[in-house]
Ligand binder design. Structure first.
Ligand SMILES: [Fe+2]
Ligand SMILES: [Fe+2]
Length: 136
């Protein structure tokens, strides 16, 4: 696999992290309920650490962090709908990290992505738990 291909995959991961940071931050601002709001904020900080690690890997490989993201989709209009969207985002991140861990040959990158993957699995669990706790 060429360096440029690895950089492009890492930039895709970075885009996902930036999308997550922005959506989780906004959701934490508009969620009045204290527990989910705090959790969204805390997990946004985890995603920021992931973005930092990915950006470092990209630069180490001679690339430039693209800092791009897809148009933001916040899901619906209430906390339950936000949480459904957050669960979907974590599931998407998990699938992408698994795919990239499988195809990127570099051991150091695999290790970093695996560490991130495990945190995404914890996020999924946390958001799923909060979603189950919502009425209606
Ligand atoms: Fe992340
Ligand atoms: Fe996450």
């Amino acid at each position: 696999m060429k360096k440029s291909e690895i950089i492009s995959l890492l930039n895709k991961d970075l885009s996902g992290e930036i999308e997550a940071i922005l959506i989780y931050m906004r959701d934490s601002f508009v969620t009045g309920d204290c527990k989910p709001s705090r959790e969204m904020e805390e997990i946004a900080k985890d995603e920021m650490r992931h973005a930092e690690k990915l950006a470092e890997l990209i630069v180490d490989f001679g690339g430039i962090p693209a800092m791009e993201h897809r148009p933001l989709n916040f899901g619906g209009m209430d906390v339950k709908e936000y949480l459904k969207r957050l669960v979907a985002l974590e599931k998407g991140a998990i699938a992408m990290y698994k795919e990239h861990i499988a195809i990127i040959p570099d051991k150091n990158i695999k290790k970093t992505l695996t560490h991130i993957l495990h945190e995404e699995e914890e996020h999924l669990e946390e958001f799923s738990k909060l979603l189950k706790g919502q009425k209606g």
